[in-house]
Design a protein around this ligand. Sequence first.
Ligand code: FPP
Length: 229
Amino acid sequence: MENLKIPHHIGIIMDGNGRWAESRGKKRTYGHKHGSDNVDRIASYAFERGIKVVSLYAFSTENWQRPKEEVDELMRLLSVYFKRFLSKFVKNKIKVKIMGDVSALTPKLQKEIGDILEKTKDFDGGVLCLGINYGGRQEIVNAVNSLIKNDQPVTVENISNNLYTAELGEPDLIIRTGGEYRLSNFMLFQGAYSELYFTDVLWPDFDENELEKAIESFSGRTRRVGKVL
Ligand code: FPP
């Protein structure tokens, strides 16, 4: 466990909640409940292990197309999560960031998000960045449009500085649970040189030991970033 190279920033595509529930004869929403409980567990462990930034894909721009019951439950879980987060992570000085267009959320949820952003904005114990109504393509389009509007040149650096994650940098490692091998519109610009780690383990079963395996895999890789080393 020691001497491992620890990523500074990890991104996680938390897939498999629905299948986890269905394999137990339960509704998909039951899986999301267990999936949201797992967010605290894994984020806490990541910070304990020295990871500084954890970016999570909680709700994509495409997830609105799911049945209303499922969308409502995901929104409810986010609200519950923000309340719980206040007591637990505030103690550990974790700063919350959001990537995504929150203007589409209910005013209540927007207020809860606004409160937690305000409350944690000066914290320096780690960053939890939640992707809510997030899509990587739209994020790039927004960044480019903002540069054009402000008469700034469209460069890689300027685009980076106009992404939701401008101050957070790029993920060193992107993990996807649930057995699919794709990015599904997650951190497309930021992930250009991220190491990728895919596992069949479904998100509610992805525990500390599984995160440790991902860190070990990352630690063993040589990051050339296009160069010959
Ligand atoms: C994918 O499982 C997961 C999501 C759509 C979103 C992830 C949401 C959570 C972990 C819970 C809410 C988050 C927070 C921060 C409170 P899936 O439904 O696509 O699973 P499947 O591929 O098995 O159908």
